[in-house]
Write a protein that binds this ligand. Structure first.
Ligand SMILES: Cc1cc2nc3c(=O)[nH]c(=O)nc-3n(C[C@H](O)[C@H](O)[C@H](O)COP(=O)(O)O)c2cc1C
Length: 214
């Protein structure tokens, strides 16, 4: 039976809002799970040996290429073995945590996870991205249009020319409101966003779980 691949990337451990919302998803998820915590155990950055190993026959790999290829193989096998995905990817500097980008760079490999002619073998699989952010990025907010996490991940994970996953995003916003006195008037909006995110996560787990089981 295929599993849910749950990947965390917030540095904050149990204090992470993204992880707490993922806990709500997991509380409703019935099937097997493979969990990878990129903050606790970061994957290596992609190196020249890793890139060149992709276009070199394994029998001709240098020791550096063989080592780099083994890292990619483990992550890619884990990715392709999953039937659904849960990613927690908070906003860091308007973008994604570098540990998550490092994981993507190891996993996005033409001929393995990517197929520019026929589409990825993972295409259509459901994926939930939970991305907490300290500010607000919705329509009308001063920072609207400055979210470079969700649009990037919708392309990288969801576009038909990339992994083609069926991506749903959950974005608890204004998480800094309880910690920043200047944002105190925004606390009710933060609380509503958080409650909504937990509810969305629970509903997604039920819906996706049912879809996988069917
Ligand atoms: C290194 C770092 C960079 C951050 N950059 C931003 C940012 O650019 N915009 C923003 O709204 N919040 C920013 N924040 C706040 C986080 O998005 C916020 O604390 C969020 O809740 C983090 O997700 P987590 O709770 O799942 O760890 C940053 C936090 C950290 C630690």
């Amino acid at each position: 039976m295929s599993y849910l691949l749950h990947i965390d990337s917030s540095s904050l451990g149990s204090g992470s809002v993204s992880r707490q919302v993922a806990d709500s998803f997991r509380a409703e998820w019935q099937g097997p799970v493979v969990h990878r915590d990129l903050a606790a155990s970061p994957v290596p950055h992609l190196t020249a040996a890793g890139v060149s190993a992709r276009i070199t026959a394994p029998a001709r790999h240098t020791p550096e290429q063989a080592k780099a290829a083994a890292v990619q193989d483990e992550l890619i096998d884990e990715f392709l073995g999953a039937g659904a995905y849960l990613f927690t990817v908070p906003m860091y500097n308007y973008s994604m945590p570098s540990v998550f980008k490092a994981w993507l760079d190891q996993v996005m490999v033409a001929g393995r996870t990517l197929d520019f002619v026929n589409g990825s073998q993972a295409a259509g699989r459901p994926a939930v991205v939970i991305s907490a952010r300290g500010g607000g990025y919705g329509p009308g907010a001063p920072h609207h249009g400055l979210d470079y996490v969700v649009p990037a991940l919708e392309t990288i994970l969801g576009h038909a020319h990339t992994l083609g996953l069926d991506v749903t995003t959950v974005t608890p916003e204004l998480t800094l409101a309880p910690h920043n006195p200047a944002m105190a008037p925004l606390i009710p909006l933060y609380e509503a966003s958080l409650a909504d995110a937990h509810e969305q996560a629970r509903q997604l787990a039920v819906r996706i779980g049912g879809r996988i089981a069917a």
